[in-house]
Design a binder for this molecule. Structure first.
Ligand code: CMC
Length: 376
C-alpha cells in the first residue's frame, strides 16, 4: 500500500487533457489556452466545445454545437409538472441535484455509456440545468414561468428566463465570463466524484447528480454563498478588518479564501475582481466591492504568508449580486458552468476507464468477541 494522504492531498488520480493548473504560479489553462484569454475572447459554449473536443471549433462547428444545446433548453414532457410539485421552500441546490437525477427517468436510454450517447446526455443536461433553475426560482416566487428563448446564449437565456427581461449586453457578457471561468478545474472534489461514479460504468445522470451533491458543500462551490452571507454580516467597510480578525482568532475559516492547489492568487479571482469592480460601479454596489477589498487586505496581512489568497468564490459573490442573482442561486450558477467540466471528465474517464477503488487504513480492533445482546 502506498502512503496514506489525508484528503488525498498530492495524490494523482486521473489523467486529463482538459485543464492545467500551476498552483504556485497561479496559472489555469483550458486545453493549453490561458483562462484570461478565454474570459476575454471566448464564450461559454465555445469553451465547452474546447473542453470536450480538445480544440477550438470552426464557425460552422460552433453553430451546430450551439444549436444542439438550444434544442434542449425545453424540459422533457412531465418534468415541468414534477418541478411544480416541489416544495416552494426547497433549497435550489437540493432541487437541482434531485431534478438532474429525475431527468434520467425521462430518457429512454439513460444508461447508454458509449461516447456519442454520453455526449448527447451531456448536451441535454447542459441545456436543461439553467431552465430548471429559472423555472424553480419563478415558481417559488409565485411568478409565471418564462419559456426559454432559443435565439439566446446559455448565459443570456438564463437571465432572461429568471427575470422575464432580456439582460443588458454588459450583464449577459458578465454572466458568460463567469460561466467560462467556472467551467473546469482539474480534479476538484465534484469532478473526482463524477469520475468516481462513472468509473463503475453507472451513467451520466448519476455522475452529474453526485457531482452536484459534492459542489454544494461550503468548502467547495457552496463557498460563494458563504462569502455573500459574510458580506451581509459586515455592517460597513470600516468593520471588515475587526470582523475578519475576530474570525481568525476563533480559527474560523474565511469563505472565499484558500485553496488546496493554489498557493498564490487564483487566476480566476484576478478576472472576477476586475469584473466585480466594474459591475459594482455600474450598479451602485461600490460599498460591497470595497468591503470585499477590505477583507482581502486584512487577509493579506494576516495569512497570505501561509499561501492563503482569494479563490474563485470570493469576487464571484459580489459579481453575482451585481448581476442581480438571488443569494441561494450563486452555487446553482456554478452548477450551470461546471456541468461542462463534469461531463467532459465523464467522457474522458470512460475513454480509458478503470474502476476507482482506493484502499483504507483500518484503525479498529481485531478478533473482537461477539457479545450476545443480553450481556452488552
Ligand atoms: N480562512 C482562514 N484560514 C484558512 C483558510 C481560510 N479560508 N483556508 C485555509 N486556512 C488555513 C487553515 O486554518 C490551516 O491553518 P493551520 O495550518 O494553521 O491549521 C491552513 O490554512 C491549511 O488549511 P486546510 O483547511 O488544511 O487546507 P485544505 O487544502 O484542506 O483546504 C480549503 C482548502 C479550500 C477547503 C480551505 O482553504 C477552506 O476551507 N477555504 C474556505 C472555503 C472556500 O473558500 N472554499 C472554496 C474553494 S475554491 C472553489 C471550489 O473549489 O469550489
Amino acid at each position: 500500500m502506498t502512503a496514506y494522504s489525508k484528503g488525498l492531498e498530492g495524490v494523482v488520480a486521473a489523467e486529463t487533457k482538459m485543464s492545467f493548473i500551476d498552483g504556485e504560479k497561479g496559472v489555469l489553462e483550458y486545453v493549453g489556452i490561458p483562462i484570461g484569454d478565454l474570459a476575454k475572447n471566448s464564450t461559454f459554449e465555445e469553451t465547452v466545445f474546447l473542453l470536450w473536443n480538445g480544440r477550438l471549433p470552426k464557425a460552422a462547428e460552433l453553430a451546430a454545437f450551439t444549436a444542439e444545446i438550444r434544442k434542449h433548453y425545453e424540459l422533457p414532457a412531465g418534468m415541468e409538472q414534477r418541478l411544480l410539485a416541489l416544495p416552494r421552500d426547497a433549497k435550489p441546490m437540493h432541487m437541482i441535484r434531485t431534478m438532474v437525477s429525475a431527468l434520467s427517468m425521462h430518457d429512454q436510454n439513460p444508461d447508454a455509456n458509449d461516447a456519442p450517447s454520453l455526449r448527447e446526455r451531456a448536451i441535454s443536461i447542459l441545456g436543461r440545468v439553467p431552465t430548471l433553475l429559472a423555472y424553480f426560482h419563478r415558481y417559488r416566487s409565485g411568478m409565471p414561468l418564462v419559456r426559454p428563448d432559443t435565439s439566446l446564449s446559455i448565459a443570456e437565456n438564463f437571465l432572461y428566463m429568471l427575470n422575464a427581461a432580456r439582460p443588458t449586453a454588459t450583464m449577459a457578457k458578465a454572466m458568460d465570463v463567469c460561466l467560462v471561468l467556472h467551467a473546469d478545474h482539474g480534479l476538484n472534489n465534484s469532478t473526482f466524484s463524477a469520475r468516481s461514479v462513472i468509473s463503475t460504468q453507472s451513467d451520466m445522470y448519476s455522475a452529474i447528480t453526485a457531482a452536484i451533491g459534492s459542489l454544494k458543500g461550503p468548502l467547495h462551490g457552496g463557498a460563494n454563498e458563504g462569502v455573500m452571507v459574510m458580506l451581509n454580516e459586515i455592517p460597513s467597510v470600516e468593520a471588515a478588518e475587526k470582523y475578519v480578525l475576530d474570525k481568525l482568532s476563533r480559527k474560523d475559516k474565511i469563505m472565499g479564501f484558500g485553496h488546496r492547489i493554489y498557493k498564490s492568487y487564483d487566476p480566476r479571482a484576478t478576472h472576477l475582481k476586475v469584473l466585480a469592480k466594474q459591475l459594482a460601479s455600474d450598479t451602485g454596489n461600490m460599498a460591497l466591492y470595497e468591503k470585499s477589498t477590505a477583507i482581502e487586505k486584512t487577509m493579506e496581512t494576516a495569512v497570505a504568508a501561509k499561501g492563503i489568497y482569494p479563490n474563485v468564490d470570493f469576487y464571484s459573490a459580489t459579481t453575482y449580486h451585481c448581476i442581480g442573482l438571488p443569494l441561494d442561486l450563486f452555487t446553482p450558477v456554478f452548477v450551470i458552468a461546471r456541468v461542462g467540466g463534469w461531463a467532459g471528465h465523464v467522457i474522458e474517464q470512460m475513454g480509458d476507464n478503470r474502476l476507482y477503488r482506493p484502499d483504507v487504513l483500518y484503525k479498529g480492533p481485531h478478533n473482537a468477541p461477539y457479545v450476545p445482546m443480553a450481556q452488552r
